[in-house]
Ligand binder design. Structure first.
Ligand code: NI
Length: 254
């Protein structure tokens, strides 16, 4: 697809999202369109417990990939649901997964940098920083033909040097179910669903099958509560918050 056509479509989407988010009935828009698949007891569907809040925009973000098996399963699940997410990639895993990276880009997901080999960026000199971030950016640029990438530093570790050398906006998160810990999908889903608020950024890792399963289940439950999933860029555009190079962003609360 031509880049010009893509950015034109993106502008239309962002304008529609901004309009949608401004409407008082926004929380109800998707309700009817999403098939219910909650628990069924004696043939009767049991609705989810009331949410602390309902409706709004959320960004699903995935770190540490791509990993062929799990990232493919996730992309399939997101495509089935028409959900766009944001992927922060490890540079050294890109050469063997270029088709997956192109697929992310072509299917409307946003792509960011998570260093070349998952190195903590704080305290690095210019040369070492470039070997982690600029090297990964160049790999992505060569693979995708554009240079439009966010940065998520490993461990969320940011200092003045990281801000100064980032060369792009820095995106952290507001919901962290620690999916790498017990790898228990039910607990991860509950953590996400119980905490999600309009404007949250959710941190997951697409290198674990359990995280892929949890992400898709959480997305299904939250969509039944009227939430809508967008990329990080779309989330901030909908809130009219400009993303600036070297600045850190954790949420886009209304
Ligand atoms: Ni990471």
């Amino acid at each position: 697809m031509e880049r010009g056509a893509r950015s034109g479509r993106r502008r239309v989407l962002l304008a529609a999202l901004a309009l949608w988010a401004a409407m008082p009935w926004a929380a109800c828009v998707c309700w009817e369109a999403i098939p219910a698949d909650g628990p069924v007891v004696d043939g009767v569907e049991v609705p989810d417990a009331p949410a602390p809040s309902a409706g709004g925009l959320l960004a699903l973000t995935f770190d540490d990939g791509p990993r062929r098996s799990t990232t493919t399963a996730l992309l399939d699940g997101l495509a089935e649901r028409g959900i766009h997410a944001t992927f922060f990639l490890i540079g050294r895993q890109i050469p063997n997964n270029m088709d997956l990276v192109r697929r992310m880009d072509e299917e409307g997901h946003q792509i960011g940098i998570h260093t070349y080999d998952h190195t903590q960026l704080t305290g690095l000199n210019r040369e070492d920083f470039a070997a982690q971030v600029d090297r990964t950016r160049t790999l992505l640029q060569d693979t995708l033909g554009h240079n439009h990438f966010l940065l998520r530093p490993p461990y969320g570790a940011v200092d003045p040097g990281v801000r100064a050398m980032a060369g792009c906006p820095i995106v952290l998160w507001s919901i962290d179910p620690e999916d790498w810990d017990d790898k228990d999908p039910a607990r991860i889903v509950d953590h996400i669903v119980d905490n999600a608020k309009d404007g949250d950024i959710i941190l997951l890792h697409d290198i674990y099958p359990t995280s892929v399963e949890a992400a898709l289940q959480a997305a299904d439950r939250l969509r039944r509560r009227g939430f809508y999933f967008v990329t990080v860029e779309e989330l901030f555009a909908a809130r009219h918050i400009p993303l600036e190079d070297g600045h850190c962003y954790r949420t886009a609360y209304p």
